[in-house]
Design a protein around this ligand. Structure first.
Ligand code: CMP
Length: 138
């Protein structure tokens, strides 16, 4: 089934000049870029995007990290896109990520892990509408 999912190149990925490489990885894996924008999240926006983690000990630091510089948000589409994107990204903690995955190749730590991807159809729906409106999806 063709699915849409949200991908974010986080501030560490943008700062390290990895955006082009990451977009190429998605395209080489058969994803279509349906929408894309560069923006800098405010503290409030980062807190609402990650609201499900608000009780976690890393929440404050995660919000600081996600607001330290611009991010690139994308809607990517393809067969089984939500799970496939998670496979391409690798485990949240780069130490546990499989060889060849984006996080294994580029991430510094469990927090500064280069990319975000929606983890379920429900979160994809919420996260896509967080960044994009209907008319921006082509
Ligand atoms: P992401 O896939 O964007 O979802 C939540 C983010 O919280 C995660 O990637 C990491 O950036 C961060 N995160 C998750 N677990 C931890 C942790 N134990 N310590 C610090 N940051 C974490």
């Amino acid at each position: 089934m063709i699915e849409l999912t949200l991908s974010i190149i986080k501030p560490d990925g943008v700062k390290k000049g990895l955006s082009g490489k990451i977009i190429s990885i998605f395209e080489e894996n058969g994803f279509e870029i349906k929408a894309i924008k560069k923006l800098r999240l405010t503290k409030k926006e980062a807190e609402s995007f990650y609201f499900i983690h608000k009780e976690r000990p890393f929440f404050k630091s995660l919000v600081e990290f996600m607001t330290e510089g611009p991010v690139i948000a994308m809607i990517i589409a393809g067969e089984d896109a939500i799970q496939k994107n998670r496979n391409i990204m690798g485990a949240t903690n780069p130490e546990n990520a499989a060889e060849g995955t984006i996080r294994k190749m580029f991430a510094e730590s469990i927090e500064r892990n280069i990319v975000h991807g929606s983890d379920s159809p429900e979160s994809a729906k919420f996260e896509i509408s967080f960044f994009f409106n209907f008319f921006e999806i082509i």
